[in-house]
Design a protein. Structure first.
Ligand SMILES: C[S@@+](CC[C@H](N)C(=O)[O-])C[C@H]1O[C@@H](n2cnc3c(N)ncnc32)[C@H](O)[C@@H]1O
Length: 394
């Protein structure tokens, strides 16, 4: 059972139990189908970290089993006693009325659900009613040998994995050969474990979630005082989550659409956002700051630092991604300076000695801003958010 005595752990465990809405799954899968209508044909699809009684992933693929032409659908669930909802767990009638139901296993084992082209109910259709299930040997942890063997059997893996294990889950996927599409937070792309795959065009973001927040269904025990929660007419609870993205290596059309851009001169003249701030050069990277994706100058041939949300518009035929302004990324060789200790002056005037300026793009300014800034031997710097370092392809 997950230890919920530690508040941080409890918060993480709860976030691991956010359930994806049908419409979000449908929109993303439709985008892959629009690009390649045979993308799922004759494929084995694995949905790990799932649970058909709670999650829409299995329901969606079971409903579309025939029209997508699937070869096999496999989904696995995580044992209630291993996850946050264990304390509130009650097996459903679907499970207790089955001849293979075992009370103890129901709590401590994961479950394996499979659907093949065999019409078990004999109603002329293959759908969720033909889903077969059994207990897994273990608790359904994706890192277990049995779930890893399922990953290796699958052509495509799709899920919303536990938020707290995103890095590990992605590493587990990358270690296999299957294509995949998973939900995560946009900030994950700045991680050392994630960014290298993005730079080498082995991983990209999906086309259907690019801004705003998304609602996820939460457990009936989820505290309603938490920000962004709501209850629908049937008593289901939902929470709004910001910064959600699909991370995938399945092709889609958006990543082949070129971004329409203005020249630097026109941006400086007509783009209100850029008119005041221009395109300052970083002090510690060999690149200019472009604070908004729509302000990327079409005629600039050098290296540019752009917000990480640039990835929502990224077309690998138009741009190359060279690096990221994180201190661990030394592959790009674009970092030209490492600062000695700095004095950080926060908004309320508090002064502290830090090394933070080395972990981001720094811009030298003449006048101290009202927001946080840094001082080194009388020189003033501001630090921007993490930036992707990009260049246009010729
Ligand atoms: C964010 S929820 C998403 C559930 C479902 N895939 C969906 O999107 O509706 C993540 C799920 O992973 C399960 N989980 C947590 N840790 C896990 C682990 N180590 N291995 C497998 N599943 C895990 C959680 O119990 C939860 O059901």
């Amino acid at each position: 059972m997950v230890d919920k005595t530690n508040l941080g752990e409890a918060k993480k465990a709860k976030q691991d139990e956010f359930y994806t809405q049908w419409a979000d799954i449908e929109r993303e899968m439709n985008a892959y189908l629009e690009y390649d209508c045979g993308v799922f044909r004759n494929k084995t699809i694995l949905l790990p970290c799932d649970d058909p009684e709670w999650s829409n992933f299995t329901k969606y693929f079971a409903l579309h089993f025939m029209d997508l032409g699937l070869k096999k659908l496999i989904s696995t669930s995580y044992a209630p006693e291993s996850n946050y909802s264990g304390a509130f767990y009650e097996p459903t009638l679907f499970e207790t009325e089955s001849p293979i139901y075992e009370a103890e296993k129901s709590k401590v084992n994961g479950r394996l659900f499979t659907l093949t082209p065999e019409d078990i109910t004999g109603d002329g259709l293959v759908n969720i009613d033909d889903l077969q299930w059994e207990y897994l040997e273990g608790d359904g942890d994706f890192r277990s040998d049995e779930v890893t063997a399922l990953r290796d059997e699958a052509d495509i893996v799709i899920t919303n994995p536990p938020f707290s294990l995103f890095r590990e889950f992605l590493a587990w996927l990358i270690a296999g050969k299957a294509r995949y599409s998973i939900i995560g937070n946009v900030n994950s792309l700045t991680y050392r474990e994630v960014f290298p795959s993005i730079r080498s065009n082995k991983l990209w973001t999906g086309p259907t979630i690019t801004s705003g927040d998304r609602e996820f269904r939460v457990h009936p025990s989820y505290p309603l005082e938490a920000a962004g929660t709501r209850v629908d007419d049937e008593g289901n609870r939902f929470i709004k989550v910001k910064g959600v993205r699909w991370f995938t290596n399945i092709e889609h059309g958006r990543r082949h659409e070129p971004l329409q851009l203005m020249t630097m001169e026109d941006n400086l003249k007509y783009n209100k956002k850029i008119a005041d701030v221009g395109y300052p050069k970083y002090d510690n990277y060999d690149a200019i700051e472009v604070g908004w994706t729509d302000a990327i100058p079409s005629d600039y041939e050098g290296i540019m630092g752009v917000p990480i949300t640039f990835l929502d518009k990224y077309n690998p035929d138009q741009f190359e991604i060279l690096g990221i302004t994180q201190s661990w990324d030394d592959v790009s060789g674009l970092k030209v300076k490492t600062y000695p200790q700095q004095t950080q002056i926060s908004k309320n005037g508090t002064r502290s000695q830090v090394m933070k300026l080395n972990d981001g793009p720094a811009i030298k300014v003449e006048v101290a801003p009202e927001s946080t800034y840094y001082e080194i031997e009388g020189e003033i710097f501001i630090k921007k958010y993490a930036r992707l370092l990009i260049r246009q392809k010729k």
